[in-house]
Design a protein around this ligand. Structure first.
Ligand code: CO
Ligand code: ZN
Length: 335
């Protein structure tokens, strides 16, 4: 079970798909859920929407974002080096010295002028070296506007794994896992959203068109179990979270109560999440149309938005169970 899930995580995290350029991830994820849904489509903003029909007349929207953070080429100079801007929250310290890959497979490394190596080095002082000796040669491989991502290096540490793009592909893998066995009286919308990292844009559009009765969003969250970190309740290996708050959403009391009730009923060990920063697609679902009941289940993750995001696979498998149990509840937390 764990090793099979690990393979799914490896496949989805190694797939290229920065915000707005999710085609490859969309294809992969659509193929993975196709056997478990009645219909599947992609909307104009790129989100994948799979539907499994129920009979209750209620709609539950499950969502995880499939985009990852990236770097977009701003300029290619005469020597063949590319300057770039961030797509999503790119941390300069996590970027310098790493390698990247473009959609067409072009590889590169990120460095900076030696005279600039006085920390903190800013993104604008760095460049991508794609191994070319001049502009002409470089422009055969990449163009201004192309987006690259951290090259994936999947680190298998047993029950814990590290890779770039665990945010949020690990939750895409959890959704795939949940969809395999879900049996609900409600219509289940399984949504892999686009463009979360640049402001929950795909989820806004998808939530508006789906108009769900209840939203269950999945994302990674911070953890406070590394040396000398600031206090927060979340830790790796302590189970999926019941999100209370982040900078984008305050989960309403009836929804929090529902989450704890379902977790208790199914004996799923959960931990409470209070995240003093960040935001997720749950906010987009909450605020669509006249306002919706929506929750967020997170996976505690270390080093978010780095090439070595680290999470515990046991938390993920429990999250799949938790999401399934909530989606199967006849009584949803809506009036
Ligand atoms: Co993110
Ligand atoms: Zn995320």
């Amino acid at each position: 079970m764990l090793s099979e899930f690990k393979e799914t995580v490896r496949k989805v995290t190694e797939c290229y798909g920065p915000s707005g350029r999710e085609d490859r991830a969309a294809q992969l994820l659509a193929d993975m859920i196709r056997p478990y849904v009645d219909e599947i489509r992609r909307d104009a903003l790129g989100s994948v929407i799979g539907v499994k029909k129920g009979t209750s007349g209620k709609k539950v929207m499950l969502s995880a974002h499939m985009d990852q953070i990236g770097l977009i080429v701003l300029d290619i100079d005469d020597k063949g080096f590319a300057r770039f801007a961030p797509v999503g929250g790119i941390d300069p310290e996590m970027t310098l010295g790493h390698d990247v890959v473009f959609e067409n497979g072009t590889r590169g490394v990120i460095s900076c002028e030696e005279k600039d190596v006085k920390p903190p080095v800013k993104l604008k002082q760095m460049f991508i070296d794609i191994g070319c000796s001049g502009r002409e040669e470089a422009e055969k491989k990449i163009a201004v506007g192309d987006i690259c991502v951290y090259a994936p290096h999947f680190v298998d540490m047993g029950e814990r794994v590290a890779c770039c793009a665990l945010d949020d592909r690990i939750c895409c893998a959890i959704l795939v896992e949940a969809m395999k066995t879900i049996k609900s009286s409600h219509d289940i919308y399984c949504v892999f959203t686009s463009q979360e990292e640049v402001g929950c844009r795909g989820a806004k559009a998808a939530a508006y068109s789906i108009d769900p009765d209840f939203g269950i969003n999945l994302d990674v969250t911070g953890s406070a179990d590394t040396p000398e970190c600031d206090p927060m309740p979340m830790k790796l290996g302590e189970g999926p979270t019941v999100k209370y708050i982040d900078r984008s959403a305050v989960i309403t009391k009836p929804v929090i109560d529902f989450m704890h009730k379902v977790a208790d009923k199914h004996r799923i060990k959960v931990q409470n999440e209070v995240l003093p920063y960040g935001g997720t697609d749950a906010s987009a679902v909450q605020t669509t149309k006249g306002g919706k009941a929506a929750c967020c289940v997170s996976v505690a993750t270390r080093y978010i938005h780095s090439p070595i995001e680290t999470a515990d696979l046991n938390d993920c498998l429990a999250a799949a169970e938790f999401v399934r149990a909530m989606a199967e509840e006849a009584e949803l937390p809506v009036e």
